[in-house]
Every structure is written in structure tokens, then in C-alpha cells.
Design a protein around this ligand. Structure first.
Ligand code: B16
Ligand code: MG
Length: 215
């Protein structure tokens, strides 16, 4: 039985994934590296430093740790600049209603985002109080595809992993949910998220009937 639903943030609740892409693309351009939306799929759900590693690998570039940290700070400044203009109505259609419905059926709701900016985003969207538990990139050692973030959310909710359902838009995130022993709804393309139990196009498309079939 599903007793808790754990939501990823970027790409599941709001399109911050696009702002991450814009900031990384800007950085890649400065470094003379060609970086496409297709390449960006590998960055979804993984940590800031791992994302930078992937971009440097794409450009066959090796930099010192110090230089990498400087670039990661720069990318984050751009990302924060982009999201600051975000308004509460940028939350994906139907997400608030879905969370309310889940809670009204007695299930718990958590947020599990690899982002160190998750709290800022939740505040900008005015949705912090929609979650019983929040785990973000500042609280974990290993980012997705490691299951740590989801296991931590389940432990804080006091619900066994097997009774948790995760919503994820990233390949790394689906892998993390599966590794945590949880059920998973993939949000996006079924080609990329095939390891999820079910794949939907948009979070707001999900229905309670679908949830019941996953029990
Ligand atoms: P930050 P999620 C992830 O958030 C993003 O998908 C990923 O692209 C990003 O690199 C990561 O957060 C770290 O973000 O640089 O803000 O700490 O999808 O797990 O909500
Ligand atoms: Mg995501």
C-alpha cells in the first residue's frame, strides 16, 4: 500500500530544469563547449559538481578543483538570477490539487530535491507548507542515482521505503527511486524513464486511479 508520495522538484513541480539548462549552456558557451538539450538529460537530478564534470567531459576539458569551484559558483549565480523572477503561478498545472488530494486520502507528502536552491524555489512558489518533510541537496552526501535522498525522506516520514511512491523527471532520479525499493512515476519521455512503473507526460496528468493501480 502506498502511504507516502515523494516529489522531486526541478522538472516535476516547476520547470526550473529549464533554468538549470540555460545557466549551464551559458557556462558551456564561455568554455567553448557545445551543449545541447539532449546532453542536458544527463544533468537532471545529479549534483552541481557532477553536472560540471559531465560538461567538461563533453568538451574533453580538465580543470583544477579551484577553477571548477569558481565555475560552479558562477553557474549558480546565473541560475539564481533566472529563478528570482519566478512567480507562484509557474508551478505546473494541477500539482497543488494533486498534493491536496493525496493528503486528503491520509497519505504523507515529501519533497526530495538534489538542489541546494530547493528552499528558495519553494518559497518563491509559496508551497513549503504542502510538504510534511523536505530533503534537499544541502542534507545529503550522495546525490541521485544514489538512493540516499529518498531513503532519508522515507525515514523522516517514518514510512517504509516499499510503501513510498516517487515522482521523478530524471533518469538518475528514477534509478535512485528503484534503488531505494520504491515505486516510481516517471514524468517525461517513456524512452528515457522506462525503468519507472508508469510514465506520464505531466505531473498534473496523474490520477488517483493510477495511484491505486500501483498499490
Ligand atoms: P543546485 P532535482 C536537481 O534538482 C536538478 O535536477 C539538477 O539539474 C541540479 O544539478 C541539481 O538539482 C543540483 O541543483 O545546483 O541548485 O544545487 O531535480 O533533484 O529537484
Ligand atoms: Mg528533477
Amino acid at each position: 500500500m502506498i502511504q507516502a508520495v515523494i516529489f522531486d522538484l526541478d522538472g516535476v513541480i516547476v520547470d526550473t530544469a529549464h533554468y538549470h539548462f540555460l545557466a549551464w549552456k551559458r557556462l558551456a558557451k564561455e568554455l567553448g563547449i557545445d551543449f545541447t538539450e539532449h546532453d542536458n538529460e544527463q544533468l537532471k537530478g545529479v549534483s552541481r559538481m557532477r553536472s560540471l564534470d559531465i560538461i567538461l567531459e563533453l568538451g574533453n576539458l580538465r580543470l583544477s578543483q579551484e577553477e571548477m569551484e569558481r565555475l560552479a559558483v558562477k553557474k549558480n549565480q546565473w541560475f539564481v538570477e533566472y529563478i528570482m523572477a519566478m512567480k507562484p503561478d509557474e508551478i505546473f498545472h494541477g500539482v497543488k490539487e494533486l498534493i491536496r488530494e493525496i493528503r486528503s486520502r491520509g497519505m504523507k507528502v515529501a519533497l526530495a530535491s538534489s538542489s541546494k536552491n530547493a528552499e528558495t524555489v519553494l518559497n518563491l512558489l509559496s508551497i513549503k507548507n504542502y510538504f510534511d518533510v523536505i530533503v534537499d541537496g544541502t542534507m545529503i552526501k550522495h546525490s541521485k542515482p544514489d538512493p540516499e535522498i529518498f531513503l532519508q525522506a522515507a525515514a523522516k516520514l517514518n514510512i517504509p521505503p516499499v510503501n513510498c511512491l516517487v515522482f521523478e523527471d530524471a533518469e538518475a532520479g528514477v534509478a535512485a527511486a528503484v534503488a531505494a525499493g520504491m515505486k516510481c512515476v516517471g514524468v517525461g519521455s517513456s524512452e528515457l524513464l522506462g525503468k519507472a512503473n508508469v510514465v506520464i507526460k505531466k505531473t498534473g496528468d496523474f490520477t488517483m486511479d493510477q495511484l491505486l493501480t500501483l498499490n
